[in-house]
Design a protein around this ligand. Structure first.
Ligand code: CA
Length: 483
């Protein structure tokens, strides 16, 4: 007899893989997240297709790229009439719910749909005593809930699990705000890391030489571009930039890790519940994050760039019926693949408009012979935040090619290339530029080899593959890209 699996999908916000011990973190331990990896699978090359909150969430739910689902930026809210995996599971008899961060808009056209029950944070939400939107007229009603967001969201999930109909499978989305900025820890974790130094990343003092100009122009340097809210204290008066980076890194990374600790504890509560109720065997448990984050890498915090630390999503999955404990897979898997996988596992037809592909063969230990060899990425919000330029590119297992085209392309929430002048932000009047990284020789992406004659052949092949992928996925190349 084929029983449909339960699905527990846990999504956090800005949790980089290199702050999880199952990914070899040098800076923290996450024993509860490791339980999922040890009992199942860890993906080592799982990537987002646009490294910011709202667009990645739309790709996860719809299985489509942002130029198709229309959610290109933080101000393009998702049309809740789009087909999503929770809707399809609900139609197939699943009980569905989402609790926590939604960040795809509010009101009748953007509130959650496809869920039997939901409670979501408006926008980014708050860590302490957060307001939630509950189902109600005109897209919902707001009410404040006292407590710490990560605990409350977990409580809501556990409460819903207790009240569900045990004769039908469930699909539960547990979406934490954590560990997104401004990193306010729970009181009980405030003392963690107090009397120790967190190891610094190798590239904390990156000077951005040998890179496209976009790297040096980014206004997301640790300390330099942070606020007093980020650092929870006043900025020091005068400090050389290298010292400022070191000082501010210790300040913010500790709060980031304290906030992650609360996630880890609460994931443990959910796993314990599944064990106690005898549900672990029949439940697909996934832990992932909407994108990565710079943890002082390249001297940065935040994300957006197609560089590794921001591009990579942590992804661990446990499903004892199909997945061998301790499995690891290095294939190129993307956020657009999650919806097809979950539908596949539930034996629900994958609609043709979904552009991702189920990686069920990978979770079972194999790789289909025709699996993708390159992935497509596009960040649209030209200079809108942290002065990060709009760019697109592709990554293979060995190389990465990025094209910075410095144009908002009239997308909502982007600035024109001529607009400049926020404090500490360099004007960007650059010509479009390419970057090419040899990920085997230069895994930290410190040397752009686009002009190196030894890489001319690779560059040509990658440009052709980029344009082929754009055509295949239905995106248009930028007019300045005539290569
Ligand atoms: Ca995010």
């Amino acid at each position: 007899m084929s029983r449909k699996p339960n699905i527990l999908f846990i999504l956090t916000d800005d949790h980089a893989a290199h702050a999880m011990s199952c990914y070899g973190s040098r800076i923290n331990r996450t024993p509860q997240l490791d339980r999922i990896a040890e009992g199942g699978l860890r993906l080592d090359n799982c990537f987002c297709t646009n490294s910011i909150c709202t667009p990645s969430r739309a790709s996860i739910l719809t299985g489509t790229y942002n130029h198709v689902n229309g959610v290109t930026t933080l101000t393009t809210m998702m049309d809740n009439a789009l087909v999503t995996f929770p809707k399809l599971l609900q139609s197939a008899g699943y009980q569905t719910a989402i609790f926590g961060k939604w960040h795809l808009g509010e009101g009748p056209k953007h509130c959650p749909t496809g869920f039997d029950e939901w409670a979501v944070l408006p926008g980014q939400g708050f860590y302490h005593n957060p307001t939630f939107i509950f189902p109600g007229p005109e897209g919902g009603v707001k009410r404040t809930v006292r407590g710490y967001a990560t605990d409350i969201i977990t409580d809501m999930c556990l409460d819903w699990l207790d009240r569900r109909d045990p004769s039908r499978p469930f699909c539960l989305l547990c979406h934490h705000k954590a560990p997104h900025r401004p990193w306010y820890p729970d009181e009980k974790h405030a003392g963690l890391f107090l009397n120790e130094d967190v190891p610094e990343p190798e590239t904390l003092q990156d000077d951005y030489s040998n890179r496209a100009k976009a790297a040096a122009a980014a206004a997301m340097r640790v300390g330099v571009h942070m606020s007093e809210t980020d650092l929870k204290c006043e900025m020091p008066d005068e400090m050389p930039e290298s010292e400022l980076r070191r000082w501010a890194y210790q300040r913010y990374i500790k709060d980031y890790l304290r906030v992650v600790q609360s996630v880890d504890d609460n994931v443990g509560r959910l796993l314990d519940y599944l064990d106690a109720k005898g549900l672990a065997e029949d439940t697909v448990v996934i832990y992932t994050s909407d994108q990565g984050f710079f943890l002082g890498d390249h001297g940065w915090y935040d994300k957006r760039f197609m560089y590794e630390e921001s591009l990579r999503m942590p992804f661990v999955l446990r499903y004892p019926r199909e997945v061998r404990p301790g499995s690891v897979n290095g294939d190129l898997v993307l956020n657009v693949d999650f919806a097809p996988l979950l539908l596949d596992l539930a034996e629900v037809a994958i609609p043709p408009q979904m552009q991702g592909r189920s990686f069920r063969p990978q979770i079972q230990g194999g790789t289909p012979p025709d699996w993708r060899e390159a992935m497509y990425y596009r960040y649209w919000m030209n200079r809108a935040h942290h002065n990060v330029a709009a760019h697109y590119g592709i990554r293979t297992l060995k190389h990465k090619l990025i094209y910075y085209y410095y144009d908002g392309c009239n997308q909502p929430g982007t600035m024109s290339p001529l607009c400049a002048g926020r404090a500490k932000i360099m004007p960007l009047d650059f010509e479009p530029e390419w970057e090419l990284f040899d990920l085997e020789r230069d895994p930290r992406e410190m040397r752009n080899v686009i002009a190196d004659p030894a890489y001319a052949g690779v560059a040509r092949e990658l440009k052709d593959e980029l344009h082929r992928l754009q055509a295949e996925l239905g995106d248009a190349r930028h007019p300045s890209d005539r290569d």
